[in-house]
Write a protein that binds this ligand. Structure first.
Ligand code: UTP
Length: 298
């Protein structure tokens, strides 16, 4: 991996309403739902940190306190664990506070993912940056973000991540029309459409929640009118960039074939919990035999 990355900043939008997970998300952001024993957002911040992005800007909304508190120290808990000599738990508690420098900005009104990204304009400035959706988990054993950063450095424009989905499911995602780039492991994006009807979809390649964006996206977002769902869509701004010319134009994509979970969706969330817990040395010996029995009895 190239460690001299120019990309140093990560933006993590976590201001959505989380309506698909109500009522659990009535008083708590969906990004705080526990995946085994860590909130989903901690996996995402850890992924950014692992890719060398130590400056994180989190876009928060209502109920933002739980997010801020989670990445802050809690001296009383640390002191209690210290007094008990529970160093193992102490280490786990401190992990969240050691992932880098985390800044917060509030998206007053959740007017869409594009609008959330635009809130980062001042903090990001005029350099390429990564966007990681706070409810999208990429298994840490499967590399994606650092590959996308390399592609951004090579192509100079913006980079998105795509995943093949069952064609019948494409209307739940942004969808890309792509063409091959000879001799390269990435593709060129010719066009994008947010949540198309199955019959209008140009492919079964769905946009997933990792982006490495050229700062030109900010001026495009400022001009992007609300689209689907009356929200300012990042997909619409990327569609404009894919078709634009000049500095900072162009969109390429990495097709991800690893494990990914959408923790904002109930079924995908449960799959994340079961799958990650089944691989944990401290949990699997008790969980897996029960799981096998349980499944056999279904
Ligand atoms: P989703 O499309 O999952 O929307 O957002 P949502 O509102 O959070 O969830 P549902 O569909 O109502 O259940 C994708 C990502 O963009 C963020 C969300 O927090 C999530 O990480 N987002 C979305 C914002 O930060 N602001 C917005 O205005 C919209």
């Amino acid at each position: 991996m190239n460690m001299n990355h120019r990309v140093t900043k990560a933006v993590i939008p976590a201001a959505g309403l989380g309506t698909r997970f109500l009522p659990a998300t009535k008083a708590m952001p969906k990004e705080m739902l526990p995946v085994v024993d860590e909130p989903a957002i901690q996996y995402v911040v850890a992924e950014a940190s692992k890719a060398g992005l130590s400056d994180v800007l989190m876009i928060t909304g209502r109920n933002k306190r739980a997010l801020e508190d989670h990445f802050d120290r809690v001296p009383s808990i640390e002191a209690a664990l210290e007094a008990k000599g529970d160093h193992e738990r102490l280490k786990r508690v401190q992990e969240a506070t050691e992932l880098g420098e985390i800044h917060y900005i509030r998206q007053g009104d959740p007017k869409g993912l594009g609008h959330a990204v635009l809130c980062a304009k001042q903090h990001v400035g005029n350099e390429p940056f990564a966007v990681l959706l706070g409810d999208d988990l990429i298994d840490e054993r499967d590399e994606l973000l650092s590959i996308m950063i390399d592609v951004q450095e090579k192509t100079g424009g913006s980079v998105i991540a795509l995943m093949e989905v069952d064609p019948a499911q494409i209307s739940a995602y942004g969808c890309a029309d792509v063409s091959a780039v000879e001799g390269e492991g990435f593709v060129k994006v010719n066009g994008l459409v947010e949540k198309p009807a199955v019959e209008d979809a140009p492919s079964n390649l769905a946009v997933i929640g990792r982006y490495v964006l050229h700062p030109r996206v900010f001026s495009v977002l400022e001009e992007t009118a609300p689209g689907r769902g009356n929200e300012i869509q990042l997909t619409d701004a990327l569609e404009t960039l894919a078709r634009a010319e000049g500095d900072g134009a162009g969109v390429h994509a990495v097709v991800f074939r690893g494990r990914r979970y959408d923790t904002g969706d109930k079924v995908s969330y449960l799959q994340a919990v079961i799958s990650l817990a089944s691989e944990r040395d401290d949990i699997a010996p008790a969980l897996v035999p029960w799981l096998k029995d349980f499944v056999a009895g279904l």
